[in-house]
Design a protein around this ligand. Structure first.
Ligand code: SF4
Ligand code: SF4
Length: 191
C-alpha cells in the first residue's frame, strides 16, 4: 500500500479566521449571505457537487475551511457566474470558489477529480501564450498528457465541423499586457 500523503493544514483554513482569509483574497464578504438559496437553485453544476454553492458560503461563515478545501465542489464549479448574477447580496461565489481552489493547492490538498490540475495548467498556459484559449491545442495537449488520446476525438471533430474550434490560434492585441499580468501574479504569489 502506498505511503499516505501528509497534508499541511493551518489555522487560516479552519475556524474564525477563514471567512476573513476569503475576503482578503477574493474581496467577497460571505457574511452578507442570508441563505436564500438562489445560487444553488440556479447552478448548472449542482447535481455533480457534493456541497451546494449556498452551503459553501454557510460553511465558510462557520470556518469549516478544511471540509471545503477537500470537497469536489470547488473543482466541479466551472466559474460560469450564474450564482453571482442571481445573488441578491452581490456575493461573487465564483470568486470564492477560485480562492478555495487556490488555498487547496497551497495547502497541498489534491483535487478529488484526478486530471483537473492538468487541465487548469494547460488552460492558463494557453491564456499566457495567446491571451485567450486556443481550444484545438489545449485539447490535443490535454488528451496526449492525460493518456486519453482519442477518447474525445469524436466530440472534438463534431465541434470543429460546427465551427466551435478554430484550427489556427488568434492572439489578443495586447498580449504583452496579458503576460505582464501573469508576471505580476507570480510575484504576488512568491511575495
Ligand atoms: S460559478 Fe460555479 S457555483 Fe456558481 S453557478 Fe457557476 S458552476 Fe455553479
Ligand atoms: S444567492 Fe447569495 S444570499 Fe442567497 S444563498 Fe447564495 S450566496 Fe447566499
Amino acid at each position: 500500500m502506498g505511503k499516505a500523503r501528509t497534508i499541511r493544514t493551518d489555522k487560516v483554513i479552519q475556524g474564525a479566521g477563514f471567512a476573513h482569509r476569503i475576503k482578503e483574497k477574493s474581496g467577497e464578504d460571505v457574511f452578507r449571505c442570508y441563505q436564500c438559496l438562489k445560487c444553488s437553485t440556479g447552478c448548472p453544476m449542482a447535481e455533480a457537487m457534493d456541497i451546494l454553492p449556498s452551503q459553501v458560503i454557510r460553511m465558510a461563515q462557520l470556518g469549516r475551511g478544511e471540509e471545503l478545501l477537500r470537497s469536489e465542489t470547488i473543482w466541479v464549479c466551472v466559474s460560469c457566474y450564474t450564482c453571482s448574477i442571481r445573488c441578491p447580496n452581490d456575493i461573487h461565489i465564483a470568486h470564492v470558489m477560485d480562492t478555495l481552489r487556490e488555498l487547496a493547492l497551497k495547502q497541498g490538498i489534491p483535487p478529488k477529480r484526478g486530471r483537473v490540475i492538468l487541465f487548469h495548467q494547460l488552460f492558463l498556459a494557453s491564456i499566457r501564450e495567446y491571451g485567450r484559449v486556443y481550444e484545438a491545442k489545449l485539447l490535443a495537449k490535454y488528451e496526449a498528457k492525460s493518456g486519453e488520446l482519442m477518447k474525445n476525438a469524436r466530440l472534438g471533430l463534431a465541434m470543429f465541423r460546427k465551427g466551435k474550434i478554430a484550427l489556427l490560434p488568434h492572439k489578443v492585441a495586447d498580449i504583452k499586457g496579458v503576460r505582464e499580468t501573469f508576471a505580476r501574479l507570480k510575484e504576488g504569489d512568491e511575495g
